[in-house]
Design a protein around this ligand. Structure first.
Ligand code: AHG
Ligand code: MN
Ligand code: MN
Length: 321
């Protein structure tokens, strides 16, 4: 079976980009170990403080953020990085090369109940000839040169795009990433939707109408029954969409009208949107492609509607009408 190294060897990408991907993958190998050690290593539970997202940090949020940050500091082509868990960007003093943004542990509210979690990452070009500033990170997702995630589930997998299709690698018992899934493709149609239904009363009217159609199933205008799934780890929900189709939504809601959504553009929205588009799906904020959103700040939030193209298109047309 081909390894990640074999795969990268065949890609036309710059060697510097390949070494950033290798570094991220190697951090994810380490993270999969600390995640699976769980209570044995005393890694579960709260870290006892609130992060920049105003969310309670878990011990593993801190541990995994440190692991990835250390890896980025020691990876020569990385000029700077930003994390969901860090208030500001960190620069390495190097110039050129790449910027990396990451959600070190996505779905960390699931960690204590042993449900799949993951690491999401996005790689952007760094400015030439100078140390990057925070403003240099604020590029629309279309500028990503690569993106992916690792999922720590029954199998540990790395799902990756270098803008030419989406590939999945499974971590072997010898800690090798083996190419197991070539050119993932999201079916255009689906009968599966994922949304946190407990927020239903807060959604905008078009989302209410769309989900109502799914719930009515055969007896409504959609004329087919739908199934619902909600893992509450974006990584795991998007992984299912990449494997067998579906629509995943975390829409804007009325509780905090000035906040575009819950999920973060730079660490969650953009990397997942690139993967989904590369697999033939669509990824919008309900109105327009996420990859075209111009970020105004590092920790910006975004509404997310992604997955099977025909369903995402239906939500878009309901929202824009
Ligand atoms: P994180 O653990 O990185 O803060 O992200 C959690 C996110 C995402 O993974 C998931 O889709 C969503 O929060 C779950 O939200 P609910 O608690 O509303 O289900
Ligand atoms: Mn997350
Ligand atoms: Mn996180």
């Amino acid at each position: 079976m081909n390894t990640l190294n074999d795969f990268l060897g065949r890609q036309p990408a710059a060697p510097e980009l390949k070494s950033v991907i290798t570094a991220v993958a190697s951090a994810c190998t380490g993270i999969s170990r600390v995640v699976s050690a769980g209570a044995i290593a005393g890694n579960l539970g709260s870290a006892g403080h609130i992060n920049v997202q105003a969310e309670e940090q878990k011990k593993l949020d801190v541990i995994t953020n440190d692991m990835l940050s250390d890896m980025m500091r020691s990876c020569a082509p990385v000029a700077g990085f930003a994390s969901e868990e860090l208030e500001t960007v960190e620069t390495t003093g190097r110039t050129g090369g790449f910027l990396v943004t990451f959600d070190p542990l996505d779905g960390s509210s699931n960690i204590d109940v042993n449900v799949s979690v993951g690491t999401i990452f996005s790689i952007l070009p760094a400015p030439a000839g100078r140390v990057p500033a925070e403003a240099d990170f604020l590029l629309p997702g279309r500028n990503q040169v690569a993106a992916g995630y690792a999922i720590y589930g029954p199998q540990t997998m790395l799902v990756l795009t270098l803008r030419d299709g989406v590939y999945g690698f499974t971590l072997s018992a010898k800690d090798e990433w083996l190419l197991t899934h070539e050119r993932l493709s999201i079916p255009k149609d689906t009968k599966e939707f994922a949304i946190n239904m407990s927020n239903q009363r807060h959604w905008a009217e078009p989302i209410q109408r769309y989900v109502d159609g799914c719930l009515k199933g055969k007896t409504g205008e959609r004329g087919k029954d739908f199934n619902m799934r909600w893992i509450a780890s974006m990584v795991a929900d998007v992984h299912r969409v990449l494997m067998r189709g579906g629509i995943f939504m975390y829409p804007w809601d009325k509780r905090e009208p000035d906040r575009p959504g819950k999920l973060r553009l730079m660490y969650e929205g953009n990397p997942m949107a690139l993967l989904v588009e590369q697999a033939g799906g669509q990824a919008t904020d309900a109105y327009a492609p996420i990859l075209d959103v111009k970020p105004e700040k590092l920790h910006q939030r975004v509404a997310v509607v992604l997955g099977s193209a025909n369903e995402v298109e239906l939500v878009r047309s309901l929202s824009n009408s």
